[in-house]
Design a protein around this ligand. Structure first.
Ligand SMILES: Nc1ncnc2c1ncn2[C@@H]1O[C@H](COP(=O)(O)OP(=O)(O)O)[C@@H](O)[C@H]1O
Ligand SMILES: [Mg+2]
Length: 463
């Protein structure tokens, strides 16, 4: 579509994000860079972490020569989306023009690891790497093997190199979550989990003396496991908002960085940060990356890092008063068994796919503020059996897009319809089924001390 008609459509619905993104992209392609920049910035006001808008904006900034702003924005995006290969690649380019060759190489290597298709001989030449062959790339593309950086880009710790760990300010910047707080009202369903969390931290904070009388403190550790997209990350962030605590979030890529030689000191620093900022929720996302029972890691840091983590968690090192440690994983079977011993995470909780009532709630949350008044939410929820929260969100996106397309044709707002939602649901394969295929085997054959009982219950294989 051409720029004038997009502009017209944007004027008709100025807060329509997908439409704004189309418009901004068209402006960029036409080198209307100032306007494109404005448009992306507008999207980011509406949706501060929108990955497409960040990538688009950085692309424009790059053309203005504003590399540092681009880097800052991308680093932030990357910390939210650690597996977004394109973000790593664009960062590599920016670091390269910013003459930070080492960082450029590391980021390029990670980008190729996440998506081997992103290999770019031209960029490799500019970074002074000898272009790798396709075979090499395939070998190096094993996910999670952070030892497997592509040609020349491995960060080997040098012998006399000082610890990269550099104190609280840096940790604060990297880990303390500054985003606007969300609370449990943004999380559909998960009632039982919400109550468990309240019991561990909210009520003890509110009724200190009562809990003290029973020898109970606020805080502790809860491990969440379950299929991807079912709200583990979301509810962790919402917990901080719910109890008005600080949220300290350690994502996958930060954990992986720890393997690159900053490990124990940094991990200790992170726990200290949480203690200093109590009440706090300290969240380790995809904790299996930290705690994996993996023998193939090239570093021997594995064992000591795990021990460090457990000691911090046990409160052996310092009191974890008013700190709730949450860990989340989609792959509990990869966890080192030391993590699951009693007294570590005091509770291990299964986060199942949303049931029908929860699906209705999630639909309500994601349709809020959209033209969708007359939708039969319960009917749509009924068509989304086995859907994860993320699947539901994707179906809403698809239905929204078709409403936008129609709206542009008609030149007026067209509400999202129940029919479009159900059609979108039919086209989506629920993503949780695959997870249960794996989980079932572990639940049946490796169900030590009933760890997976909840999975069996959910599958109706146990009463
Ligand atoms: N219970 C829920 N309520 C509202 N949205 C949800 C829910 N579960 C998932 N979502 C949506 O799906 C996205 C992905 O969920 P996430 O919490 O990252 O899943 P997980 O960490 O379990 O893989 C969330 O950002 C949210 O938009
Ligand atoms: Mg998650």
């Amino acid at each position: 579509m051409d720029i004038p008609s997009l502009r017209q459509a944007v004027e008709a619905s100025p807060d329509n994000i997908p439409l704004l993104l189309l418009y901004a992209k068209a402006l960029t392609d036409a080198f209307e860079l100032d306007e494109a920049k404005e448009c992306y910035e507008h999207v980011l006001k509406l949706d501060p972490d929108n990955p497409k808008a960040v990538m688009g904006l950085v692309n424009v900034l790059q053309q203005f020569g504003k590399y540092s702003e681009g880097i800052i924005r991308l680093e932030h995006l990357k910390s939210r989306n650690p597996t977004m290969a394109h973000a790593w690649l664009l960062l590599a380019e920016l670091y390269l023009v910013d003459e930070q060759l080492k960082l450029a190489k590391e980021h390029y290597a990670r980008a190729c690891e996440l998506d081997p298709k992103l290999r770019n001989p031209d960029l490799e030449r500019r970074m002074g790497l000898s272009p790798a062959t396709d075979e090499d790339a395939k070998k190096k593309a094993r996910p999670m093997d952070i030892g497997g950086f592509a040609a020349g880009a491995v960060r080997e710790p040098e012998e006399d190199e000082p610890e990269r760990f550099d104190g609280t300010e840096a940790l604060k910047l990297e880990f303390l979550d500054k985003r606007e707080k969300i609370d449990f009202s943004s999380v559909g369903g998960m009632e039982q989990l919400k109550e468990t969390i309240r019991m561990k931290i909210l009520y003890p904070l509110q009724n200190r003396e009562l809990f003290a009388a029973y020898g109970k403190k606020a805080g502790g550790g809860v491990l969440l496991y379950g299929p991807p997209g079912c709200g583990k990350t979301l509810i962790s962030r919402a917990t901080a908002g719910e109890i008005d605590a600080n949220f300290i979030s350690v994502g996958l890529h930060q954990v992986l960085n720890m393997w690159l030689g900053e490990s124990e000191a940094k991990l200790h620093g992170i726990f200290e940060l949480a203690r200093q900022h109590a009440p706090a929720v300290l969240f380790f996302d995809e904790i299996d990356a930290l705690a994996a029972d993996r023998k193939d890691l090239r570093t021997s840091a594995g064992r000591t890092l795990i021990n460090q983590f457990l000691a911090e968690l046990d409160g052996n090192i310092s009191d974890n008063k008013d700190v709730l440690v949450l860990g989340a994983t989609n792959a509990p079977w990869h966890l080192d068994s030391a993590f699951l011993r009693p007294g570590r995470f005091d509770q291990v909780i299964f986060a199942p796919p949303p049931d029908e009532a929860a699906r209705s709630e999630i639909l309500g949350i994601h349709l809020k503020n959209k033209p969708a008044e007359s939708i039969d939410i319960d009917k749509a929820a009924g068509a989304m059996k086995n859907f994860s929260g993320a699947d539901i969100m994707a179906a809403v996106d698809t239905a929204t897009e078709s409403a936008v397309a129609e709206a542009m044709k008609k030149g007026k707002l067209v509400p999202i319809s129940t029919k479009a939602l159900i059609a979108a649901a039919k086209k989506t394969r629920p993503s949780t089924l695959k997870w249960f295929d794996s989980a079932k085997n572990y639940a049946l054959y490796a169900n030590q001390s009933g760890f997976y009982d909840d999975v069996l219950l959910y599958l109706g294989m146990k009463k």
